[in-house]
Design a protein around this ligand. Structure first.
Ligand SMILES: [Cu+2]
Length: 139
């Protein structure tokens, strides 16, 4: 009797566990958000978590203006830097494609990285935002 009661509960817990595993497998991304100086937000999302060295890592940038409208007229690039040392220039661009800005990043060394996002829009001053990416791990 007791066994019959618990079996469906255990089965439910097991299915939930499997769902959690599969969701986290597909949702592994590193998402960072900053407020822009004149309002609105810049969201930088890498398609990996954790970030790994020597791996082409797609990223997207979503710019939203103060009114909540997507901004599609910007020229965007990242300066990927290590705060602890000078590294060779690593400045991937993010180009508008369909619905958002897309680019590819490669981290050339394990350790702590920052992404300085440069945003230039017609009629506006250059904006730079620093995103702290944390540790990039050895592949
Ligand atoms: Cu380095």
């Amino acid at each position: 009797m007791r066994n019959d009661m618990f079996r469906p509960i255990l089965a439910t817990i097991f299915v939930c566990f499997l769902l959690t595993l599969s969701v986290s497998a597909f949702a592994s991304e590193t998402r960072l958000e900053k407020i822009m100086p004149e309002g609105g937000t810049a969201v930088l999302t890498f398609a990996a978590d954790p970030l790994l060295t020597m791996t082409e890592t797609p990223f997207t940038v979503e710019l939203t203006g103060g009114t909540g409208k997507f901004l599609a007229d910007a020229a965007i690039s990242l300066r990927l830097v290590m705060p602890a040392m000078a590294m060779p220039l690593n400045n991937p661009k993010a180009l508008w494609q369909n619905d958002t800005y897309h680019g590819q990043a490669i981290f050339t060394m394990a350790g702590e990285w920052n992404a300085i996002m440069l945003i230039k829009r017609p009629g506006y001053d250059l904006v730079d935002l620093t995103f702290e990416l944390g540790e990039v791990l050895m592949k």
